[in-house]
Design a protein around this ligand. Sequence first.
Ligand SMILES: Cc1cn([C@H]2C[C@H](O)[C@@H](COP(=O)(O)OP(=O)(O)O[C@H]3O[C@@H](C)C(=O)[C@@H](O)[C@H]3O)O2)c(=O)[nH]c1=O
Length: 177
Amino acid sequence: MRFTEAGLKGAWLVDLVSTFDDRGSFARTFCENEFHEHGLETRFVQHSISTSSRLHTLRGMHFQKVPHREVKLVSCLQGAVWDVMVDLRTDSPTYGNWAAYELSPQNGRQLYIPRGFAHGYLTLADDTVISYLISEFYCAPAASGVRYDDPRLGITWPAEPAVISERDKDWPLLGSA
Ligand SMILES: Cc1cn([C@H]2C[C@H](O)[C@@H](COP(=O)(O)OP(=O)(O)O[C@H]3O[C@@H](C)C(=O)[C@@H](O)[C@H]3O)O2)c(=O)[nH]c1=O
């Protein structure tokens, strides 16, 4: 894996380094030793996938409240997404900043999102599949979010959402979340 800092403090790009042969390829997606060497979380308690049928489905911007804040390692197994993270740690030098990366099986890119961030994505293809390694258990009462179109965040999305849940449309603006 190739580790590159992803623009916000504590966030990383973890790119796959594949080996190829006649049959196809092999790549590591997680390695406790390599994550430990980079000072990253190594304990993931949940592995989840989500599927989105339609192009320009937007999910986000989600986080779990203290004490259930999560590290997420996000990758795209099918299709493609514009993946966005926002630093919500008020004591962080990159507080309130966002960064976005395209994730797809073709680019083999994974995003390591630290605790204290909100996360969301817009699908760039029909039938998109996202994989998450998550460091904390799901806790519905701790689930929260901020608005994908919050003017204070000013996130640039490549397209308007064609599909979005009522919940995601109604998250509060930053500061009141
Ligand atoms: C996230 C999650 C949801 N669920 C349930 C709750 C609900 O009935 C159904 C769908 O949940 P949601 O609408 O929250 O799914 P979704 O909008 O896809 O939520 C995800 O969005 C992206 C952006 C993230 O970053 C993820 O961590 C997660 O929050 O699945 C679980 O059982 N476990 C989980 O870990």
